[in-house]
Design a binder for this molecule. Structure first.
Ligand SMILES: NC(=O)c1ccc[n+]([C@@H]2O[C@H](COP(=O)([O-])OP(=O)(O)OC[C@H]3O[C@@H](n4cnc5c(N)ncnc54)[C@H](O)[C@@H]3O)[C@@H](O)[C@H]2O)c1
Length: 334
């Protein structure tokens, strides 16, 4: 089976592309390199005799998309390509709408016209807004406090509309929670993010630099230690979720949470990172950020029942693998 992986040189896409190759799939990666390093392709292709083909390009480029589908018989599409910074999305909402929503609209339209059978979409726990945890897929899309989350909810809507209109492709929407970790063999990891990235990236930076401190936004939430609680999920588990979703895709549109089902507070994450990796993290608790919610974790029962998926790696695996690629501060991506 030949699979087009958009955003396949990014963090989750690269781990998934490698897993697909190792399972014998033919993989075409389409990525505009807006948030990835071209060297990742070599690292993916160094691991297996089965090599991914790379097309440098943008999902907004309809002519290019049509050419890719004309030149290759593609059976399934895994669509990771998107901008993902909540902070940047608040500053530049139009950019997020164009890249994420219009990009997805163009891609799914062509997939429908080409009669592509399977389509898997990267959605996010952000679509639940402040719904009470554990959230199930039926929790409903809540009031979403940022343009990034709204772009994911809009994409979900237009995927459903397209399927309703064309009856193709069959669509699996995967709503991931907080993805972290890295390939345990040290081949792939999350690149440093232009906006400083997520909490794990900040922890790694503070631990690597051995100077400065980590700012924790909010110590007065209604949680046991006052800091926000999130559901951290290892990138290898998320990649495996995509392979299962592709293999078990059913007719219609189906939505699954990919989360561990366990909530970890910011202080617990820092504590675990220090214990597992033997490093110190200096931190200071400061005011809450607008738009942050206190608790978010998943009920992933549906993914277990229908895909046979559950998170196999835990928070200790996540902090160990996240830290080990950085080798105590030497960013191997440089
Ligand atoms: N990382 C997380 O915790 C998380 C959580 C929930 C959902 N997601 C979603 O999962 C997907 C992958 O996330 P990631 O963490 O791997 O992000 P990432 O930024 O590492 O990867 C995205 C990739 O898409 C590419 N890209 C972006 N816009 C493109 C475009 N218009 N055309 C072609 N390529 C484009 C980037 O260059 C990058 O390589 C995204 O859709 C993201 O919104 C991520």
């Amino acid at each position: 089976m030949r699979v087009l992986v958009t955003g396949g040189l990014g963090f989750i896409g690269s781990h998934t592309a490698l897993m697909l190759l190792q399972k014998g799939y033919e993989v075409i990666i389409l990525d505009n390199l807006s948030n990835s390093n071209p060297a990742v392709l070599g690292r993916i292709n160094s691991q297996t005799g089965n090599k991914a083909l790379f097309v440098k390009g943008d999902i907004l480029d309809v002519a290019l998309l049509k050419e890719v589908f004309r030149e290759h018989e593609i059976h399934g599409v895994i669509h990771f390509a998107a901008l993902k910074s909540v902070k940047e999305s608040i500053e530049k909402p139009e950019r997020y709408h164009l890249n994420n929503v219009v990009g997805t609209e163009r891609l799914i339209r062509i997939c429908a016209e080409q009669g592509i059978g399977r389509f898997i979409f990267s959605s996010s726990a952000a679509v639940y807004g402040s719904a009470a945890s554990p959230v199930t897929e039926n929790s409903g899309i809540g009031e979403i406090p940022n343009p990034y989350g709204r772009s994911k909810a809009s994409c979900e809507d237009l995927l459903k509309t397209t399927h309703f209109q064309y009856k193709k492709p069959d669509i699996t929407i995967l709503r991931y929670f907080n993805v972290a970790g890295a390939h345990p063999d040290g081949i792939l990891w999350e690149e440093a993010q232009p906006d400083g990235g997520n909490l794990m990236s900040h922890i790694i930076r503070v631990a690597s630099e051995k100077t400065g401190k980590l700012y924790i936004y909010g110590g007065d939430y209604d949680t046991p230690d006052g800091t926000g609680i999130r559901d951290y999920i290892h990138v290898m588990d998320v990649a495996r979720g995509h392979v299962l979703a592709l293999e078990k895709q059913k007719e219609g549109v189906h939505t699954y949470n990919l989360g561990s089902g366990r909530g970890t507070s910011v202080l617990e994450l820092i504590q675990t990172f220090q214990e597992v990796n033997g490093v110190d993290i200096r931190y200071e608790i400061t005011g809450r950020r607008i738009g942050d919610i206190s608790v978010s974790y998943a009920d992933s029962t549906r993914a277990l029942d229908e895909l046979g998926w559950r998170a196999e790696l835990d928070i200790c695996d996540i902090v160990r693998d996240s830290w080990s690629h950085s080798e105590g501060g030497v960013d191997m991506s440089k």
